[in-house]
Design a protein around this ligand. Structure first.
Ligand code: FUB
Length: 328
């Protein structure tokens, strides 16, 4: 069909979308993106320009069929604990229920992570009254392992407030991370309860190490974690991929345990047009795909992004081939 999405092109153009979390549910591809607002406000390092208010879920039967926008699935006005900024979401399926996990600022301006449920992968989703107890920061990514244990990966620097949680409690005045030669702040992982609505373990800070076993340091901005974690499994190994933020790459590290440590391996996606880069990796009909976003449709406006996809290839040794999304 002529309006089927094309690789490395916006999969929809009637709205701005970002931070795609792609999943296969019931044999179809569902994409859970942020819904960027088309506003002309200023841009800052706190991320105030990312003023999103709701989520729209997208789906496609396959890459020959058009993308369906299922309309508003959840709006901030319906989330009692949240005040603004519905950032990068993710979804999971367990207990015959679809779960939408999403970050937003609470009424004190602190980012928290909430959960909402639906009988349908396309929503609408009904939010819990309170955020997940003990949650903080942004970018939840939920991975359900083959043994049915579910883990949530999360956290982001700068506007995502992870620096402010270095002591284990929120310190509004803290803006700096560790010294350049000290281990970088790691993403967080926590095991989810059977009903997926609460934390069933302590929150664990993930260690990302180099090939010699040394922690990646905070000053190593080409490799250190910034935001947007994603966990997938390939050939029995756990692949943690994420954005390096200030150096605008999507990179990955591999481990044998979902809690880490993960050994840094390389770059998945070179920088895209726009400041942020955020992704997911999904297997669909025996091929692997990278969903990502850039700001080409808005001609470079950081908070007006568009979700795209491209095929992802592994080498025989399990490493991932680097993608340049603009290569002819
Ligand atoms: O969309 C708002 C924020 O921008 C996300 O939470 C980050 O990962 C970055 O993409």
């Amino acid at each position: 069909m002529s309006n089927a999405p094309k690789p490395n092109q916006p999969i929809v153009t009637h709205i701005y979308t970002a931070d795609p979390s792609a999943h296969v549910f019931d044999g179809k591809l569902y994409i859970y993106p942020s819904h960027d607002l088309d506003h002309d406000g200023p841009d800052n390092d706190n991320g105030d320009q990312y003023a999103m208010e709701d989520y729209h879920i997208l789906s496609l039967d396959n890459f020959e069929s058009p993308v369906v926008d299922h309309g508003e699935a959840l709006h901030v006005r319906d989330v009692k604990w949240a005040s603004k900024q519905m950032w990068a979401p993710d979804a999971a399926y367990k207990n015959n229920t679809y779960y939408l996990f999403f970050p937003a600022r609470d009424h004190d301006g602190i980012f928290r992570i909430g959960v909402a449920t639906s009988e349908s992968p396309a929503g609408p989703f009904k939010p819990e009254d309170n955020y997940m107890e003990g949650s903080y920061s942004i970018d939840p990514a939920v991975f359900v392992d083959e043994d049915n244990e579910a883990y949530m990966y999360f956290g982001g620097l700068w506007g995502g407030q992870l620096e402010k949680w270095q002591t284990g409690s929120f310190k509004a005045e803290v803006v700096d991370g560790p010294a350049a030669d000290a281990p970088a702040i790691g993403p967080r992982v926590v095991r989810l309860s059977e009903d997926m609505k609460s934390f069933a373990s302590e929150i664990h800070e993930i260690s990302i190490i180099d090939e010699d076993g040394n922690p990646i340091v905070a000053g190593d901005e080409d490799r250190r974690y910034f935001e947007g974690p994603w966990l997938h499994k390939y050939n029995g190994l756990y692949y943690l991929s994420y954005s390096t933020g200030t150096t605008h790459k999507l990179v990955y590290a591999v481990g044998t345990n979902p809690l880490g440590p993960f050994t840094f391996k390389g770059t998945i996606l070179t920088p895209v047009i726009g400041w942020t880069t955020h992704h997911s990796i999904v297997e669909f009909e025996d091929k692997w795909y990278l969903f990502y976003h850039d700001c080409s449709l808005s001609e470079g406006v950081n908070h007006k992004r568009s979700v795209k996809y491209t095929e992802l290839h592994y080498n025989e040794d399990g490493t991932i081939q680097t993608i340049d999304p603009y290569k002819e």
